[in-house]
Design a protein around this ligand. Structure first.
Ligand code: MG
Ligand code: MG
Length: 628
């Protein structure tokens, strides 16, 4: 199996694109003609540049409005094709994509199109060029891969084959299983793209909203399973038209692209035993059973203030690292680590971002397998020299340069707290917090799909539908990633501007990071009482919220009174109820949340977000006021 990507998928000029595509590990590129025309080098030089990067030109595209033209226009179409063949010879490309005709004066007719392709095959053959026919979803006469295949079948020429594109098939809701009837040797090339389900004009949807397999809502896996079932083991290529990607980091989008293809092929190989897809073996997606620890990097007075906040939340400082300036705070099954080392990774993270979550430890079924899969998907490995008494815990880089560690039950890794920490005597009552419910990470909106792909391809997780969180200053898109049993939940929040709470946090903390941590309690009212006794500063919610809540949901007045008194927000769905309370914001917008889930409530209280955000903004340093 070879991987490829169309140059149109990335930002930058052709040189930037080639460097990023090669660095991400692709085998080839589709040259999108506009990228070539806009670039200031001869076709031979471009061909050499591509090969110098260790890449091949797997496809030259697109050649438009060819088949079914009448009279003079037909002759001109063949002349144009001959000129493209000349250019391909100089570039060193041997496969051209011909997309179905959209011209109003094209005539249609399967046999007419087949005759045109047969002749094109005759002209291409002596030059060693192959011609692939793709049905555009908005083609004038051919807009279905089944019809394109019939044209190819009737053309009956060794140099004429079919090009499949998941978007064109899935956008028109054509059953991908019809691909299973096509012989593999007549499928010359496969283009893959996903897209969010949006009801709009097909052409506009395709040109602006495509994304990587796994990032959208189309059944690209079902499409690819059908392709694999034919025995196809040719190039898998990404053709992604996306406005955000064209404004994003070329390197990072290229890495995402390759990750999406490898993860897709791996998924398909597991589902289609007869598949011929050749790709290196890797462990399957790894189940995450929980969040084992969350580590803060901090220093001096900030670390002391953080400690006071944790104590007010009912955490006890129950351990000290055997060799490092690191404290362990515990409550229920929750482990929080506060790292105040003056060198090493945590310190570097503190210097860059201020007090922040620099490291998250996930409990997984198999830590070594997790690392192996992450490596196969192009994740950045993380290692730093071990201090005395410190275990080698497998780790990779996560969001914003932070670190993700993996712990499992199969080794000493499950005993890290006993091995690395000296217990300290503790006293006092906890606040009833039992586990980490979810971790909320904020990022620029352009990065959201990157981290969605990261979490869903490495771990056995699923995404929930994206929701819009309405900040008074703009929109924040929120997407939850969840493990099967609720032991692992991450919400990804993509801020569109810096005036939103999430955007302000990003700007002030210099990059994407954990913005809030939600702990779960089994009794939010009891927890609220203990927090009040501990002097915990709860976010104050407007009384108007409670008047509206009672009326909107028809709640018992007594319940509304209790919620109001404790500043607890409330939501419910068909399966259960949700209770939330928040800390005051810390620094530039970090905060803690405490939640209780009753029944099978599945969400995160998005309906309450505008009121929570408004309350948080009231408590924050106004824009323009200098930091103390
Ligand atoms: Mg295409
Ligand atoms: Mg939350």
């Amino acid at each position: 199996m070879k991987t490829s990507i169309a140059t149109v998928s990335l930002s930058g000029d052709l040189r930037d694109k080639l460097a990023a595509i090669a660095a991400a590990g692709f085998d080839g590129i589709e040259i999108f003609e506009t990228d070539f025309v806009a670039f200031d080098a001869s076709p031979r030089e471009v061909g050499r540049m591509v090969r110098d990067h260790g890449l091949e030109i797997s496809l030259f595209q697109p050649f438009r409005d060819f088949e079914g033209m009448p009279g003079e226009a037909r002759a001109r179409a063949f002349d144009r094709a001959e000129r493209k063949f000349d250019l391909m010879g100089e570039l060193g490309a041997d496969l051209v994509l011909v997309c179905s005709n959209v011209a109003p004066d094209s005539l249609g007719g399967i046999d007419r199109a087949a005759a045109d392709f047969r002749e094109l095959g005759e002209r291409a053959a002596p030059r060693g060029i192959r011609v692939g026919f793709e049905a555009l979803a908005w083609g004038r006469h051919i807009n279905d891969h089944r019809d394109a295949w019939e044209v190819v079948r009737r053309a009956d020429h060794a140099n004429v084959g079919l090009i499949l594109d998941s978007f064109h098939t899935l956008a028109r809701k054509i059953d991908p299983d019809t691909i299973r009837r096509i012989p593999a040797d007549k499928i010359f090339f496969v283009q893959l793209a996903d897209a969010p389900l949006i009801d709009m004009d097909l052409l506009y949807w395709s040109r602006h909203f495509r994304n990587m397999p796994g990032q959208g809502d189309l059944d690209v896996t079902g499409f690819m399973r059908a392709v694999a079932a034919t025995g196809y083991d040719g190039v898998l290529s990404l053709e992604i038209f996306n406005d955000q990607f064209r404004g994003a980091s070329t390197r990072s989008i290229a890495v995402d692209g390759r990750r999406s293809l490898i993860a897709l092929a791996d998924r398909v190989r597991r589902a289609e035993p007869a598949s011929a897809l050749s790709l290196p073996q890797m462990p399957d997606r790894v189940p995450v059973t929980g969040v084992e620890f969350i580590e803060f990097a901090s220093e001096g007075a900030e670390a002391e203030a953080l400690g006071r906040m944790l104590a007010a939340l009912g955490f006890r400082r129950s351990g000290r690292h055997v060799s490092k300036s690191v404290d362990l705070w515990t409550q229920g099954d929750i482990h929080l680590v506060v790292n105040t080392e003056t060198e090493g990774f945590a310190h570097a993270s503190y210097v860059l971002h201020g007090t922040n979550v620099c490291d998250i430890g996930l409990s997984v079924e198999d830590a070594a397998a997790t690392l192996e899969r992450a490596r196969a998907l192009g994740a950045d490995m993380f290692e730093q020299p071990l201090a005395p008494g410190q275990l080698a815990i497998p780790a990779i880089r996560g969001l914003g340069g932070s670190v993700l560690h993996f712990l499992d039950e199969t080794s000493d890794l499950s005993r890290v707290w006993e091995i690395e920490f000296t217990p300290r005597p503790t006293e006092g009552q906890d606040a009833g917090l039992v586990a980490v419910d979810h971790i909320a990470q904020s990022m620029r909106y352009e990065e959201l799909l990157t981290w969605l792909l990261f979490y869903t391809t490495i771990f056995q997780t699923a995404k929930t539908p994206m929701v819009d969180v309405v900040d008074p200053a703009g929109l924040v898109r929120s997407q939850a990633i969840e493990g099967a049993d609720g032991g692992f939940r991450v919400t990804l929040n993509g801020a569109e501007n810096a005036r939103t709470l999430a955007g302000h946090f990003l700007a002030e903390s210099f990059g994407s990071a954990v913005q809030h941590i939600a702990f779960r309690t089994e009794d939010i009212f009891a927890t609220a009482e203990r927090l009040a006794r501990n002097g915990f500063e709860t976010l104050t919610i407007s009384p108007n919220y409670y008047a509206d809540l009672g009326a909107r949901l028809g709640l018992e007045p007594a319940l509304v009174d209790r919620l109001r008194a404790a500043h607890i927000l409330y939501d419910r769905d068909a399966a259960g109820e949700y209770f939330q309370l928040y800390s005051a914001t810390w620094g530039e917008g970090f905060f803690f949340e405490i939640v209780e889930r009753r029944g099978g409530y599945a969400g995160y209280g998005a309906v309450n977000a505008p009121f929570r955000i408004a309350a948080q903004k009231r408590g924050m340093r106004p824009a323009g006021m200098p930091k103390a």
